[in-house]
Design a protein around this ligand. Sequence first.
Ligand code: AKG
Ligand code: FE2
Length: 420
Amino acid sequence: NKFTVSNYLRSEANLLKVLNAYINERELYLTEAVRYLNVIERSYNNVKDSIYKTCSNNSLSNVWYEYLTYKRVLVDWTIFVRFLSNDTNISDLIAKSIYDNNRGMYADFIMEQNDLKLLRAVQQLTKTIHNATKEKPIADTQNKQHIKDTQLQIKQKMILKLKKLKETVNKFLKDTKVNKNASLTYWANYKELCRGEIMQNQSDNNLKCRYFHNNKPYLYIGPLKLEELHAGLPVYMYHDVLYDKEIEEIQELLKKQNMYISQGTETIYRVSKVTWLHRKAMLKLQRRMELMTNLDMESAENIQVGIYGIAGHYLPHYDTGLAKNAAPYRRLATLLFYMSDTKKGGATVFTNLKLAVWPKKGSAVFWYNLKPDYEVDTRSLHAGCPLYVGTKSVLNIWIRRYRQEFRKPCMRDQRDTFIF
Ligand SMILES: O=C(O)CCC(=O)C(=O)O
Ligand SMILES: [Fe+2]
């Protein structure tokens, strides 16, 4: 087992082959499931519409709908569930079922409802289903009471059958490895927020704009303009906290660093350019940041500059890593400055809060990523929306947890969020 590059490449090629085959197979499986489920759903909608139209809740208005319903419960669902639990292919199951029952069972795949031939087929099929349920065909008896009894028995059978089907499906859903919640949370609200389709919750109308001095003498003279953006997890917007002159200064520094040529970031979750400025490169700004956050700037990272071009974006993420061995270095809070406005797209969105923040040149957003027990606050999940026009540039300042113990002491189960 000597190590050679070609040996290594060969095992990688194998891996690719196996995984591709696996994915193709899964894809076929799902396509078949979707196709078959659509057939069931169409039949279901057909019958449901007829119930609405005729306002009859107890009986199905004609023999066709009756047939469809029996067939769905007694045959279609059974096939589908067998398919889910065995991974066999549906065509085989249908073929087997046709063989077991009657060719005509699948007539509805090919016939229109007002077809004369169909009517005859339906009569035939209803018989078949009654046969399949081991009941005497209704047409064979003159006894009305007997017909009623038979129908009741069939109904009861169907209810039991549906109950069993539900159990099997639920078990299947529980057993599959897909973490539905994770993928849903990930995308939930992102696109709608970015398109500006979700408006802020009306119940948040206690939010205020205020001058904020935080008991700091300096701020008595020149208070901060603070806008509360969210009541649950406090997200604050500070207006006019980054001056045009400072923005120009930063852009000069970036040019010297060749920011616009190099340092592109292109991953599956982020398309932007990123570089860093030493946090002491902007001393006055650093002092302002301390006033805005009330946190010890000695544990702040250097300033991360992010630049997005058209279609640039950053998918939902937490700013902090959660490795246990690096607990003191978790990013307690984020201060995000906007160096530009955006004309279209490019909002910063908090997908769990259903909150969109539209960038305004010179303003900054501030929020906590950790709860008072220093674990991650899932409400802080956020993203940078795709940009449609122009360029968007931001400054990220992450303030880490260490050195904040006296300002923001760890409080298990005390409050659900940090406040100033
Ligand atoms: O660009 C934005 O609006 C958000 C940026 C962000 O979340 C980040 O860089 O961590
Ligand atoms: Fe972020």
